[in-house]
Design a binder for this molecule. Sequence first.
Ligand SMILES: Cc1cc2nc3c(=O)[nH]c(=O)nc-3n(C[C@H](O)[C@H](O)[C@H](O)COP(=O)(O)OP(=O)(O)OC[C@H]3O[C@@H](n4cnc5c(N)ncnc54)[C@H](O)[C@@H]3O)c2cc1C
Length: 402
Amino acid sequence: MLGATGHRIDVVVIGGGYAGVMTANRLTQRSDVSVTLVNPRDRFVERIRLHQLVGGSDDAVMPFNELLAGEVKLVVDTATAIDPARRRVTLEKGEPLSYDYLVYAAGSSSASLQVPGAAEFALPISTLEEAERVRGVLAGTPKDSPVVVVGSGPLGIETAAELAELGRRVTLVCGRILSPYSHPSARRTIRRRLEALHVVLLEGDAATAAAVTPDAVELADGRTVTSAVTIWTAGFAAAGLARHSGLTTDAEGRLVTDETLTSVDDDRIVATGDAASPSHVPLRMSCQAALPLGSHAADTVLNRISGEEPAGFDRGIGAMCVSLGRDYGIFQFARFDDTAIRLHVPGRLGALLKEEACKSPISQIKTEARKPGAHRWLVKDTRRAERVRAALAAEGNTVLSR
Ligand SMILES: Cc1cc2nc3c(=O)[nH]c(=O)nc-3n(C[C@H](O)[C@H](O)[C@H](O)COP(=O)(O)OP(=O)(O)OC[C@H]3O[C@@H](n4cnc5c(N)ncnc54)[C@H](O)[C@@H]3O)c2cc1C
């Protein structure tokens, strides 16, 4: 249907994760906007449950028809290049897609495994296919064989706990410090819980993986930890598409944008979720940030279509949840700029809060499909503008130029 502008406006969204689906649904507020979502799979992946897929307590996927507004056209394909000059996206299998506006929501996956032997012998779990592979490998490995998890951010901790609860013999190679994000008080709770699950914690400057072999992980101080299955959780990087397409990206491959989430190269391209680096001051790659970033990206596109000045992004993240097995969790409160504070809720209640935090994105996305424009994110980061100014000043800029 054509709307007030008298012609159809084509918006292509690359990536059907939390951010991309939120954006796509919100864009359907206008009847003259045609929304096409490109995603490599015909199912939505609940990435925040991939460690549960590995442990067998959830399949971590949902049908898109339960999440997408009826007006959104899903194209199951992979975008291979963005051509800003011709406003075209090339696809792996199908015909290229032309766009008036492009939303780049291609998310993230494991950072490239630079440690010698890691790419060959360690298994990442940051995508559906990687998690399914780890599950298969574990299924074929005797239960008493040693499993080593490298990385002690939330993903490493959750994976180690999930497997230890199933009776696996798990060693967690933490690096310098266990759970660097957490407040020391929550960190103590996490340590106690992992120890209760008999997870061996290797922590300190020397406890970084220096090499991976088929049956061991070698640490920086020369120690060797025997491993039948090595799971790699250290670090995320954004998808490579923006960089390969010649757009300006940051060191992690995120598309660099201004505060409206508009690419610094082209005001027809807007980035969101893990794939966005607003003002070089990106939010932590997280599902929590993906939702407000998703709705903000849609608002920026809709503002531009209607000739209004888009607003700057000013939302924040006020917490982080970590599961430590199925019945124990930590709900870590944080300042709105995402620094952890002492207050945290551990134990069974922490697990219940974590489960609610996993269900909430899905229900927010479903609501936006039914009532586009309904999404509100109440956590406001009042100090973001200050941090952005400081970061730009440090680079010798006052504004991000386009
Ligand atoms: C096991 C695990 C647990 C986690 N737990 C938490 C948690 O508790 N809390 C939290 O806040 N965060 C958590 N995270 C992080 C969170 O999952 C991500 O930050 C979040 O998924 C980012 O959402 P997104 O929409 O930006 O990207 P994604 O969810 O990664 O979605 C991006 C989509 O784009 C697709 N795509 C990529 N390239 C292309 C292309 N070229 N063409 C078309 N499509 C493409 C991808 O296949 C994917 O479907 C966890 C992550 C993992 C792996």
